[in-house]
Design a protein around this ligand. Structure first.
Ligand SMILES: Nc1ncnc2c1ncn2[C@@H]1O[C@H](COP(=O)(O)OP(=O)(O)OP(=O)(O)O)[C@@H](O)[C@H]1O
Ligand SMILES: O=P(O)(O)OC[C@H]1O[C@](O)(CO)[C@@H](O)[C@@H]1O
Length: 392
C-alpha cells in the first residue's frame, strides 16, 4: 500500500496486497463439469440484484486499520482473502449434491441458527434435497447414521440454544472420516466449530485434495473464545458478551450490598485474556485496597486461563504412583481433544482474597467475596440475532 499525503490531497494506492490463494476444485480435478448459472437466477421468490454475486476480485483485507501519517507504518505485503458469498456460476448440479453438516467442539450461541440457515439456503435457494446432519462431532462420521434434514425439521431451530446435531471433542480419525465421507457419497461438507475443528477441516480437505476427490469442504468458524486466527469474532460472540453482563451486574450488586464487598466473576475463553490478567496480578491486592477505600466495593473479572501456574495442582491420589498411574493423572489435565483442562482460578482467587484480607486487615473489618461462575450459561443459549447465510 502506497500512501502519499499532502494538505490538499489524500491519495491511497492499493498495491502490495497479497491475495491468499483459496484452493478450488478446478485446481486439482481435471474432469470437472463446466460451471453453470447459479439457480438463484431462476428462483421465483428471490431475484439477485446487480452487485449481489461475489466475484473472485472481491477481497477482504486482514488489517483494516492503518496509520496514514506513517508514524506506525505496517510493512507490506498486506494480506487479503477471498470473500465468501454466492457466486454467479457454480460447479455442483444441485440435484447431485449430497451435503453433510457437522458441529464439533464446545457450544456457542447460534450453532442451531447456522444449521437451520444452511438447510434453508441449500433447500430453498439452490434446490438441494439431499442434506444430512452428522451426529456428535467428527466421530459421528464413522460412528452414527447420518440424519436426513429438511426445512420442516429445522424450522424452529434458531430459537434454541445448543446444537441440534450434538457435538463432542476428540474422535478425529482422518482416514475413517474421509472414507466415511466418500462412502456416504457426500460431496459438500460443512464443518462448524472452533480452532481445533478448523484444523481438522483443513486436514480433511488436504486429504480430499491429495486423493483428488470431487468434494467441497467449507469451514464455518465459531468461537466464544476469540481464538480463531484471521477472524475478529464469529456468530454468537455478541450473545455471549451480553449474557456475561447479567453475571457482572449480579456480582456488582452483591459487592455493593456488602461492607468491603468483592464480586468475582470467572469468564470462559481458554487462555484468551489471561495476558492482561497476568500483567496486573502483582498489583491486584494493592489495587483492591485502594478501590475498597474509595468505593467500598469492587468487581473482579478473571479469565479462566489466568494464573494457572499459581494454583497448587490437586493432590495425586497416592505418593508412590506407578508410571501408568502417573500417565493417567497427566491425561486428566487434557480433554478429549487435547486441550488443557483449567484449574479453577475463581475458587482459588476467592480463597486468596479472603487470606489476604485476614492477614493484612487485623481490625476485624467486615469483608465479603461473592464468586460467580457463569461458564455454561454464557454459551448454552440461543443467539440473540439471526445469523444469515447465503453462500455456496
Ligand atoms: N490439530 C487438529 N487436527 C485435527 N483435528 C483436530 C485438531 N485439533 C482438534 N481437532 C478436533 O476438532 C474437534 C474440535 O476440537 P476442540 O475440542 O479443540 O474444539 P474447538 O473446535 O477448538 O472448539 P472450542 O472453541 O469449543 O474448544 C475435536 O473432534 C478434535 O479432535
Ligand atoms: O465443554 P467443555 O469441554 O467444558 O469446554 C470448556 C471450554 O469450551 C469453551 O467454552 C469454548 O471453547 C472454552 O471457553 C472453555 O474453556
Amino acid at each position: 500500500m502506497h500512501v502519499n499525503l499532502d494538505r490538499h490531497q489524500q491519495q491511497l494506492l492499493l498495491s502490495d496486497v497479497k491475495l491468499h490463494h483459496l484452493t478450488h476444485l478446478t485446481d486439482y480435478l481435471q474432469n470437472i463439469q463446466s460451471p453453470r448459472n447459479n439457480p438463484l437466477e431462476q428462483n421465483s421468490f428471490f431475484h439477485p440484484i446487480s452487485g449481489f454475486y461475489i466475484s473472485s476480485t472481491d477481497v477482504i483485507l486482514r488489517h483494516i486499520l492503518f496509520d496514514l501519517s506513517g508514524t506506525f507504518s505496517s510493512p507490506p505485503p498486506y494480506s487479503a482473502y477471498h470473500r465468501a458469498g454466492p457466486r454467479k456460476h457454480i460447479y455442483f448440479q444441485p440435484s447431485q449434491v449430497q451435503a453433510a453438516i457437522v458441529t464439533c467442539g464446545g457450544l456457542c450461541p447460534g450453532l442451531n441458527t447456522v444449521i437451520r440457515e444452511l438447510v434453508m439456503v441449500l433447500w430453498d435457494l439452490y434446490g438441494v434435497r439431499q442434506i444430512f446432519g452428522i451426529k456428535a462431532g467428527y466421530r459421528g462420521f464413522y460412528s452414527y447414521e447420518p440424519i436426513q434434514l429438511n426445512p420442516k425439521m429445522v424450522h424452529h431451530l434458531h430459537r434454541r440454544g445448543g446444537t441440534f446435531l450434538q457435538t463432542s471433542r476428540g474422535g478425529f480419525h482422518l482416514q475413517r472420516i474421509v472414507d466415511s465421507i466418500q462412502n456416504s457419497g457426500f460431496n459438500q461438507v460443512y464443518i462448524i466449530g472452533g480452532v481445533g475443528t478448523m484444523r481438522g477441516a483443513l486436514a480433511i480437505f488436504e486429504e480430499i485434495k491429495r486423493s483428488k476427490l470431487n468434494i467441497a469442504v467449507a469451514g464455518i468458524p465459531k468461537t466464544v473464545d476469540n481464538d480463531v486466527g484471521i477472524i475478529d469474532r464469529s456468530f454468537g460472540f455478541q450473545t455471549a458478551v451480553e449474557m456475561v453482563q447479567q453475571s457482572i451486574s449480579a456480582a456488582h450488586l452483591e459487592a455493593e450490598s456488602a461492607v468491603n464487598g468483592i464480586g468475582l466473576v470467572k469468564l470462559m475463553g481458554r487462555s484468551t485474556g489471561h495476558i492482561a490478567v497476568y500483567a496486573t496480578r502483582r498489583g491486584l491486592f494493592e489495587f483492591l485496597e485502594g478501590r475498597l477505600k474509595e468505593n467500598n466495593h469492587a468487581v473482579v473479572v478473571v479469565a479462566e486461563g489466568a494464573g494457572q501456574d499459581l494454583i497448587p495442582p490437586p493432590p495425586i491420589s497416592s505418593t508412590s504412583v506407578s508410571e501408568g498411574e502417573a500417565q493417567e493423572e497427566e491425561k486428566k489435565k487434557m480433554d478429549e481433544s487435547g486441550n488443557l483442562v483449567f484449574l479453577d482460578i475463581g475458587g482459588w482467587l476467592k480463597s486468596e482474597l479472603n487470606k489476604w484480607w485476614a492477614r493484612d486487615h487485623p481490625k476485624e473489618e467486615l469483608f465479603t467475596v461473592k464468586y460467580i461462575d457463569p461458564t455454561y450459561m454464557i454459551r448454552a443459549v440461543a443467539a440473540n440475532v439471526l445469523v444469515k447465510f447465503a453462500q455456496m
